[in-house]
Design a protein around this ligand. Sequence first.
Ligand code: C2E
Ligand code: CA
Ligand code: CA
Length: 700
Amino acid sequence: MTIKLSRSSKNAEFRSQNALLLAVLESMPQGIAVFDQQLHLQVCNQGFFEALHLPPDDAVDGTRLSDLTRLVSQQQGQWINQSAEQFHRLEAAAQDFIAFSCELIQSSGRVYRVNGRPLVMDGQLAGYVITYADISERRAIQEREQLAQTVFAHTPGGIIVTDDAQRIISANPATSLMSGYSTEEIVGQTIFSLVAADSSLTPTAFEQAIKESGTWNGEINIMRKTGESLAAEIRVNRIDDLNASQSSHYIWILADITERKVAEARMRHIAQSDSLTGLPNRLALQLRLALTLPEARRHEWQVAIMFIDLDRFKNINDTLGHPVGDELLREVASRLSLVVRETDFVARLGGDEFVIVLPAITNPADAATVANKIIGALSSPIVADGHELHTSPSIGISIFPDDGSDGDTVLKNADTAMYHAKSAGRNNYQFYAGEMNKTASERLDIERKLRHAISRNELSLCYQPQFSAVGSQPTGVEALVRWHHPTDGMISPMRFIPIAEETGLIVEIGEWVLRTACHEMRNWIEAGLEPIRVAVNISARQLRRRDFCEVVAGCLAESGLPSELLELEITESAVMENPKEAISILESIGRMGVTLAIDDFGTGYSSLAYLKLFPIDHLKIDRSFVADIEFDLNDRAIAFGTIALAHSLGLNVIAEGVETEDQLDLLRSNGCDEVQGYLFSKPLTSSAAFAFLHARATAG
Ligand code: C2E
Ligand code: CA
Ligand code: CA
């Protein structure tokens, strides 16, 4: 018995059932066609027409499966994948009423799973059913997953998937190659256990970045199983689960950049060095200036840029040939490198042009000293290829920041100054015009006037009292020299002392100060003042004199001042210039009963080992630290560290430059012994100092 199911069924008995079944068929997602035992179409749904691209008219009741097969195989370009053949095989299977299935792919890319099944009703064969299921989506997902799996397994880059605590969920074979760990070894570990300690990536920094943007890029070092580290570029993306209840995952993509790093370093070296001399080249110079100048600006240092050009080099090159010229340049390069300190920077710009950078000079005169050394170093002949060559430098000097606020400008101005040196007769140095020459001539002027200062009675001493930090009792005075020039007025010791030191005039001036201080204190005591200590500043240059001890002894003897009332202040840098020698001189001084203070402590480079050996009584904390002690934690740490250190060595600490109550409080509460500064008293003239001390003594 066959049931006649048809859209156009006239059979009223079945009409309502028929309608129900048709509705069910239409609601199926697949295309369905039902054939009777003669393989004539009985019923089908809309999906069937769509799957086969048939206009509804082509498949009406009773259409034979073979006709449909013919129609479909004639559809030009509609199917790929030997579809015509598949349709025929389907038809053959239907004729035998056996199950059949295949996949058909349309040229549009849609994929259908076709299933043919015999239709059995009441245990009897009733026809044949064919379904067409669109499996395009599922197939695409499968393919994507397969592709992802292939990429994951075969990509040369490391891929790691982590959970939201950055524990590794999976890692690909490339990760194992890079890290040296098998996948099993790292799964479950946190990713940070793979990151070398020196990397910029820390869990907290990472959290921060990923929270803000959901991604993180950077270069890190991976700690390999072998213990070596490997440079890697990393890109991390957070994958938020669409289903918000799930926590996020992270995909880490790692690229081994070891080779790139090596190549970069090599390129940098090649790009930044001069192949002939091995010195840094112009690019390296520019990079160095870009680093040095801002730092100097921060610290208020000066930087000297010296532009050096060899006189008559072209001549040598032209007459004796390039190989000889090259050898000359190499020798010049090595002599220049020997002249400068390690922190200085020598570059060759090309040809016979060299540049030297002296970072952190305190005074343009330092550059002049180096220039003189260069002239000296190049004055002996250079032998190249059997020729004895004579060359000399013309040197132009510019000073940052006075002669330019950026690298290019100071370099250009040094170059200009070099041309002045050439026109001034070669084998000499010139500072950059204008400003520099003005300062240089000013210095000359001071030097000239200073030579007569003593004989013309222009010098005098001021005294600044020092106090006990606790009881505010005066403990001593520091003698400070003053120069009153008849026409220029007061000239600050900050200006003339450095010049006096360079020219050696300080020896004579220093002796005058020492003698005067001893005499004046002796006079005060005779006039009724309680004996009190007087501190005298001694410069490095004085300390180096072989007769220094005799000078001190002489001043004491002449004045009759008890030696224990004299203290010498010597700067930290002066004793560190030649610590061994300083120890022996200071020991002789100490044996006389004279006390010693280390001045400007904290500004130089003291070695603790030496500090212990010096027979000193006081450390003076430099006023630059005191000035910032309230606000700069660094300076505060240095100041308080100094106090602790001094006490552990049995020394007294004097803080100088105390200007505020707050500074005093901080110093006092940290055990500082003595203080000196504007808060208590400015330096006073001799008579004012006497009156001040006298009044204090009678008041106390
Ligand atoms: P110094 O030995 O560190 O002397 C302390 C300087 O700090 C003095 O400057 C003093 O006036 C100043 N000063 C004192 N209290 C304060 C304060 O509360 N705030 C500030 N801002 N400054 C304060 P002065 O007299 O201008 O001397 C400057 C430098 O000149 C001295 O520094 C010392 O290095 C040198 N000097 C002065 N007299 C002599 C001397 O007779 N011989 C030698 N070799 N050098 C001397
Ligand atoms: Ca001093
Ligand atoms: Ca000082």
